[in-house]
Design a protein around this ligand. Sequence first.
Ligand SMILES: Cc1cc2nc3c(=O)[nH]c(=O)nc-3n(C[C@H](O)[C@H](O)[C@H](O)COP(=O)(O)OP(=O)(O)OC[C@H]3O[C@@H](n4cnc5c(N)ncnc54)[C@H](O)[C@@H]3O)c2cc1C
Length: 439
Amino acid sequence: MTTQEYPQFDTLVLGAGIAGLQTALDLAEQGFQVAIVERDPSIGGKMIRLSKVFPTLDCASCITTPKMAAAAHHPNITLFTYCELNGVERTGSGLKASVTQKPRYVDPDKCTGCRSCEYACPTFVPDHEQGGFTSRKAIYVPFSNAVPQKAVMDPENCWICGKDGGQCVQVCATDAINYFDKPEDFTLEARSMVLATGYELIPDYSEKAFGPASQHPNLITSLQMERLLAPHGPYMRALRPSDGKEPDSIAFIQCAGSRDLNLGVSYCSRVCCMYSIKQAMLLSGALPLADITIYYMDIRAFGKNYEQFFQNAKAMGVEFVKAKPMVIGGTEDGAVRLRYEDQEGGGGGMTREHDLVVQALAMVPAWNPEGVVDVSTATDGFIKSVKPKIAPTLTDMDGVFTAGVAAGPKDIVDTIVEAGAAAMEVSNYLNQEALVAAE
Ligand SMILES: Cc1cc2nc3c(=O)[nH]c(=O)nc-3n(C[C@H](O)[C@H](O)[C@H](O)COP(=O)(O)OP(=O)(O)OC[C@H]3O[C@@H](n4cnc5c(N)ncnc54)[C@H](O)[C@@H]3O)c2cc1C
């Protein structure tokens, strides 16, 4: 196959969170041809999984869904979901990307997203999209507003339940299910690339910090709390996972891994103060009689109207305690027991119990480019920006740019601004290249 036979794009955007989607839309609107490569079966990133967003308390999916639909329907954007980027090499002034399409075991061209297969499937598996609090099936559409609305099968949990193949096969009206699906490698060519791979929460902080006490079912992560608060969340209400009780007392542990060189990461994750305040306010609306406490090291309300947001939470009765608590175990009635040093009240070592405890875990990079794309990372592991002040989206590889949390923790406002900046840098780069080629 000659180079010309590969699909050609102006830009390859890696990652379809809000950063990747916004960059792709901005470029597509300027007439550039954009490929988006996303490793999940759906686009949308973390934002589509959030409840409401600070500081406006808009519904996250109401803002994200139109962007997802716009990207999916834009004539200049091609989506490659459920794909893994294996490597990128330079070809003259362009880039050649080798990608693997992971097997869905469902033909996306035939699947109508009717979910009959999902309803028929007898196997229940913990649903990570819902924080692991409820179950999904072994064949499933990832979530109700997933794009594309196509089913995917998880072969590890499918035991081909029927006599003549699985029950999913029997109910599928379009014959879309294919147990013999295999990974498929393909190549894309692009003149530029944007890395928008975002973040994950630090995976092992709790075990390191709290040992066996970290296994308490009512000690949850901040993203799990987002699901408890979401309109289409696991219980449709904020309930305690261990027994479904409405929590009377909820606590947040800030800097869980952030600014902690021994057990976590050295940097501030920037958004945790604000999202915990947001979650506290939403809980206080949903459970007006509950006591809500935020244990913090410093409150960093850095953005426009953020300080007011913090003051509003205090006025609503959210308690702020300057301390870094340890989780030391649980009580018989399911509460989580915390131990902390009362820094401001001078009360010395204190013990308190809460029905539900949320850890504001540090943000860490979702992806390491090493061995795949020849860009450097900074000491914090995020993509290195070579001109952090005047051109923060520039990496040290010509024609490769970055946007959003891939380059370091930031909120949605800053992510959107950076995505626009990345699109502008790409556009300048492509236009400059075209001028040079024309000379
Ligand atoms: C609990 C919590 C609550 C929050 N609440 C708010 C809020 O209320 N307001 C606010 O402004 N901010 C909030 N944030 C921050 C917000 O989530 C981020 O600012 C935003 O999601 C960043 O978007 P992104 O596109 O950069 O990254 P992501 O949303 O992480 O998207 C990255 C995408 O890239 C994909 N990807 C990763 N690696 C690869 C790869 N190798 N190949 C292909 N695809 C890949 C991922 O699957 C994902 O789809 C919150 C954060 C947390 C943790």
